[in-house]
Design a protein around this ligand. Structure first.
Ligand code: NDP
Ligand code: 8X3
Length: 250
């Protein structure tokens, strides 16, 4: 079995790669930070005796995405599981104060990047009449919250794209699932707050947030289900979070 995981240099993507390697998946791991990908590939190859290919590109660059996937050796094109995980939030201010560059980064990565990768891999799954696409949405794709605006919009788009993919893939036996986590402690907030560690750490204070391994466990479960079962959508929060805005913090 072969998995294709975008954004495997940290957080969910890295934990998902580790979990799927543990389950015996060969995999293609992607991201922009090559050194991290190579370190992870070495680790997984040594620890689990699986085959791991590193593919370093920016999901916003459609030419790079196409080149990376078209040039895969034929045997690596038999992708069973695509995890569309690469994504980010940048900035947390009202729309009236928003920075265009932040908006473009989120829209280009979370929406267009996910589409570019899927656009290359879906035909391979269609041809084999088999596959499972797992998109990383968010509680931000179910609700909006103060200062979340454009990030929430991108995750609402992922929610819509996931539903659309499931409809389009219906005749081909390709499963499409979405996982929508609430707050999880990864590098997510460090990126959102532009490397302000104090602001990032504050997000996770006073309660026990999700960790990347929680989401990886869910991915492992999704891919373990019988062929005829497709979990469409999962909203997952830590026990201290009820929805996008309500937390119980000490
Ligand atoms: P991290 O910041 O830890 O990881 C994000 C990953 O996305 C990195 O591997 C990064 O790799 C990759 N990535 C970002 N931009 C690009 C790009 N332009 N091209 C290629 N890869 C890119 O965050 P998380 O693990 O938390 O986030 C993973 C996904 O989960 C995202 O889609 C996020 O929106 C979503 N999510 C996160 C939640 C959270 O609270 N943490 C909750 C709900 C959803 P690199 O920088 O090396 O390119
Ligand atoms: C990440 C979770 O609540 O910051 O998607 O939007 S949240």
């Amino acid at each position: 079995m072969i998995a294709y995981i975008t954004g495997a240099t940290s957080g969910f993507g890295k934990a998902i790669a580790q979990k799927l390697a543990q389950k015996g998946y060969d995999m293609i791991i992607t991201g922009r930070r090559k050194e991290r990908l190579e370190t992870l590939a070495d680790e997984l190859t040594r620890q689990y005796s699986v085959k791991v290919r590193v593919s370093c590109y920016d999901v916003r660059d459609n030419d790079a995405v196409e080149k990376a996937i078209v040039s895969l050796p034929q045997e690596w094109k038999n992708i069973d599981v695509l995890v569309n995980n690469a994504g980010l939030a940048v900035g947390a201010v009202g729309i009236q104060n928003g920075e265009l560059d932040d908006w473009n980064r989120m829209i280009d990565t979370n929406i267009k990047g996910l589409l570019y990768v899927s656009h290359q891999i879906m035909p391979l799954m269609v041809a084999r009449k088999s596959g499972h696409i797992i998109n990383l949405g968010s509680v931000a794709g179910k609700e909006v919250y103060p200062n979340g605006n454009v990030y929430c919009a991108t995750k609402h788009a992922v929610d819509a794209i996931t539903k659309a993919m499931r409809v389009d893939m219906l005749p081909y036996g390709v499963k499409v699932s979405q996982i929508c986590p609430g707050a999880a402690e990864t590098e997510f907030s460090l990126v959102r707050y532009k490397n302000n560690k104090e602001a990032a750490d504050k997000v996770y204070q006073g309660y026990q947030p999700l960790v990347a391994e929680d989401i990886a466990d869910v991915v492992a479960y999704l891919v373990s289900l019988p062929k005829h079962v497709c979990i469409n959508d999962l909203v997952i929060t830590c026990l201290s979070q009820a929805n996008a805005t309500n937390f119980y913090k000490k």
